[in-house]
Design a binder for this molecule. Structure first.
Ligand code: SF4
Ligand code: SF4
Length: 139
């Protein structure tokens, strides 16, 4: 699946959308529920989606999440720590780790999700999700 197609289907919808100035001041260490609310806010306030459209996009993101978690190779990475349990930090509904702080190499480029979704960044556990890193570039 092409990157843009994935983002559209997954609800990330970053490609081709100008998001300059998107406010990401809120704490990104929240629960998945908190993150869902944050992503919904971005979709509606910064990307012009209606509530119904945002809900549909979030539903697609949630649908993709189990696949991302299943394919994730974070637990084989030197940066991953023993007391972490989360994976799939690249996904908008996961975001960065609450625990991992020291970057010791990133295995993301070897991950099937990274290749499948044509991701561009890395160190999602410490630097936030693909969506947030892409938004930061546009800010
Ligand atoms: S790209 Fe990185 S964070 Fe995303 S699923 Fe793969 S290993 Fe995990
Ligand atoms: S996001 Fe990258 S650096 Fe962090 S644990 Fe996963 S593979 Fe390692």
């Amino acid at each position: 699946m092409k990157r843009r197609e994935f983002f559209e289907k997954s609800g990330c919808a970053i490609a081709g959308i100008a998001l300059t100035g998107v406010g990401l001041k809120a704490d990104m260490h929240g629960t998945e529920k908190d993150r869902k609310a944050m992503v919904k806010k971005i979709l509606m306030e910064k990307m012009g989606k209606t509530e119904a459209e945002a809900e549909a996009m979030l539903a697609e993101m949630e649908k993709k999440l189990p696949m991302v978690k299943q394919m994730c190779v974070c637990k084989t990475c030197p940066t991953y720590v023993a007391n972490e349990t989360a994976v799939g930090f690249c996904h908008p509904l996961i975001g960065k780790s609450k625990i991992i702080t020291a970057e010791k190499g990133c295995n993301c480029p070897t991950c099937p999700v990274y290749k499948k979704m044509e991701l561009k960044n890395g160190y999602y556990c410490t630097r936030k999700s693909e969506m947030e890193q892409e938004l930061a570039k546009k800010a």
